[in-house]
Design a protein around this ligand. Structure first.
Ligand SMILES: [Zn+2]
Length: 494
C-alpha cells in the first residue's frame, strides 16, 4: 500500500496515508487545572521528517490504547491542518488531526528503517537568538546537576507546581530549566530510581527566554522528559570522563529568624542599623485592621503605580499601562503587654493568609471599596506569629510601622508549632521549605508574574535593585506618599 511522505502532506490533498514511527506521545495538560487537553504525538517518516499529530479528547482513549511509543504505524483518513500560530513541537508548519473515522494500523518496524528520535538540540550560543521566539520549541539535553524542591507557584494566571533544575549542556555550560507541573514529580521519581549518579535528561519542547543576560529554559505543556535515553547525545554525555558528582538538592535556605521578641524588644532591635534586613519573630494580638488596605500595583511587577489620567505609570518598569492590579497593603495595629505597633502585610502573605486576592476582594460588589472587606476583619483579635523584616525606614526614622515577611496563625501555645501530630495542610510543599508552621509560605513563591523569581541569585540582593531605582527618583513626594511607595516596592523583594 502506497504511503505519503510528510513533505507531501497538505491540507488540500485528500486520501493521504502516512507511514511512520511514533517517536513521542504525550498528553498536554492545562497548567492551571491539570486537566488533559488531548493526545499529542510526533510521527517520523523514513526520510526523518517529523509531523505533529493531535488527537482530540473525544477519540483520545481509542488511539492512546492502540499506539505505543517507538512502534510504526500506517495512518489514514486524517485531516491536515495548516498551523500558523502558537507553539509547535516540530518545525513543520502543519499538523495531522485524527478523527473518530481515522485509522492507525501497526506495521512491522524494520522495513523501511525509520529514525527513532527527532530532537532539535541547539548549542547554548544558538539558543540565545531563539529566546522569546514563541513558535518552534526546542529540545535540550544535559546532565542533571542540581534540583530544587517543588514549589507551589500562584500568580494571576497560574496555579501550578514548579521545580527548578540545573543541567550541564554537552558544551559544558550549565543552564537552569524550570519544570512545570508533573515533570517535577517525574524528576523526583527518576532521581529516586537512579542507579547511576549521572542522570542525563532530555526535555523536549522547552521555551527559551533570557533573564538578566542568562538563558532560561522552561518546560511547556508539550514537554516530555526522558532520562538516559539511548540516543547519541545522551551516550556521549554519559561516556564523557568529566567527573561530575551526583545531582544535589539545591536548598534555598530561609533567612535566620531571631526571637521571639516582644513589641518593645522589636522596636529596640530595629533602631540598630546593624540589624538591617534581619528577620524577627513577634507573636502578638491583632487589634484592628486599618483603612487603606490595598494599593494600585503594576501588572508586570509588584510595585505601586502612579495614576496619570486614565493610565498608570510604573517607575520600576518605566512603562505606562491602561491597567493596574489591586494588591494588598494591609496595615494592622497589634499589641502585646509591652507596647503597640503597626504591621504591614503585602500581597503575597495577604493572599496566602486571607485566601483571596486583593483584586478579587476589590471587585466584589458587596464591598464598599473604601471600607475594609469583611474577609480581612477575620484577623482582628487573632493571636498571630509575625516574621518582621527590618527595613531601612525602621532604622532611620525609628518608624513603628513594620513590614511583615511572613505570617502564621499562632497555635494555642508558642511551643505547639513543633507538634508532630499537626495535620498537614494543602500548602505543605511550600511551607516545608519556608521552615514555618503549616500556614507559612514564603512570599517569594507568589511573586511569579513573568516568572521572575526563577533566578534566585537575582533575588538574593533585591535591595540593591530598589535602591538604584529609588536614587533615580526625585524626592518630591510628601513623606507619607514616599513611604508608601517605598513600602510598595518592598513587596517585590519578599
Ligand atoms: Zn512595574
Amino acid at each position: 500500500m502506497q504511503s505519503n511522505l510528510i513533505s507531501e502532506l497538505s491540507a488540500e490533498t485528500p486520501g493521504l496515508v502516512l507511514h511512520g514511527r511514533i517517536c513521542r506521545k504525550w498528553k498536554p495538560r492545562n497548567p492551571n487545572t491539570d486537566r488533559v487537553l488531548r493526545l499529542d504525538m510526533i510521527c517520523l517518516d523514513r526520510k526523518g521528517d517529523a509531523v505533529w499529530i493531535q488527537v482530540p479528547k473525544s477519540c483520545m482513549d481509542r488511539f492512546d490504547q492502540r499506539v505505543e511509543e517507538q512502534n510504526t504505524y500506517r495512518i489514514a483518513n486524517f485531516k491536515v491542518v495548516a498551523e500558523t500560530k502558537g507553539y509547535r513541537p516540530v518545525p513543520n508548519g502543519l499538523f495531522v488531526e485524527l478523527e473518530s473515522t481515522s485509522t492507525i494500523e501497526p506495521t512491522p518496524d524494520h522495513v523501511p528503517p525509520f529514525p527513532t528520535q527527532c530532537f532539535r538540540f541547539l548549542k547554548h550560543e544558538d539558543m540565545f537568538p531563539n529566546r522569546d521566539q514563541r513558535t518552534i520549541l526546542l529540545d535540550v539535553v544535559g546532565q542533571l546537576l542540581e534540583f530544587s524542591k517543588t514549589k507551589s507557584s500562584t500568580s494571576i494566571n497560574r496555579n501550578s507546581k514548579r521545580k527548578e533544575i540545573k543541567i550541564m549542556l554537552p558544551e559544558g555550560i550549565p543552564v537552569k530549566v524550570v519544570l512545570w507541573g508533573r515533570l517535577g514529580l517525574q524528576l523526583e521519581q527518576i532521581i529516586d530510581a537512579a542507579t547511576n549518579p549521572k542522570i542525563i535528561l532530555i526535555i523536549s519542547s522547552v521555551m527559551v527566554s533570557e533573564f538578566n543576560g542568562e538563558l532560561k529554559l522552561s518546560s511547556s505543556s508539550a514537554s516530555v522528559m526522558y532520562d538516559n535515553l539511548d540516543v547519541h547525545e545522551v551516550n556521549t554525555l554519559r561516556d564523557s570522563n568529566d567527573a561530575l558528582d551526583a545531582p544535589r538538592l539545591h536548598e534555598e535556605k530561609g533567612p535566620e529568624v531571631i526571637g521571639p521578641l516582644s513589641i518593645q524588644e522589636l522596636k529596640n532591635f530595629t533602631s540598630d542599623a546593624a540589624n538591617l534586613n534581619k528577620i524577627v519573630s513577634v507573636t502578638c494580638k491583632v487589634d484592628k485592621v486599618l483603612n487603606d488596605w490595598f494599593y494600585d500595583g503594576c501588572t508586570k511587577c509588584p510595585c505601586k503605580v502612579q495614576a496619570e489620567a486614565d493610565k498608570f505609570y510604573c517607575n520600576k518598569c518605566q512603562t505606562t499601562s491602561r491597567n493596574s492590579v489591586k494588591r494588598f497593603r494591609v496595615q494592622v495595629s497589634v499589641n502585646d503587654p509591652t507596647g503597640e505597633a503597626v504591621f504591614v502585610l503585602f500581597d503575597g502573605e495577604g493572599k496566602k493568609f486571607f485566601g483571596i486576592s486583593a483584586q478579587a476582594l476589590y471587585a466584589d460588589k458587596e464591598n464598599e471599596p473604601s471600607d475594609v472587606p469583611a474577609a480581612l476583619l477575620t484577623i482582628e483579635h487573632m493571636e498571630v506569629e509575625f516574621h518582621i523584616k527590618v527595613k531601612e525606614f525602621n532604622v532611620k526614622k525609628s518608624s513603628h510601622e513594620f513590614t511583615v515577611w511572613k505570617i502564621n496563625e499562632a497555635k494555642e501555645s508558642v511551643n505547639s508549632t513543633t507538634k508532630i501530630s499537626e495535620p498537614i495542610q494543602e500548602n505543605t510543599l511550600s511551607s516545608q521549605q519556608g521552615g514555618g508552621s503549616t500556614h507559612s509560605i514564603s512570599t517569594s513563591t507568589v511573586v511569579d508574574i513573568e516568572d521572575e523569581d526563577f533566578d534566585t541569585t537575582n533575588r538574593s540582593n533585591p535591595e540593591l535593585r530598589h535602591n538604584a531605582n529609588a536614587s533615580a527618583t526625585p524626592s518630591t513626594n510628601n513623606l507619607k506618599r514616599k513611604q508608601r511607595a517605598d513600602s510598595g516596592s518592598d513587596d517585590s523583594d519578599v
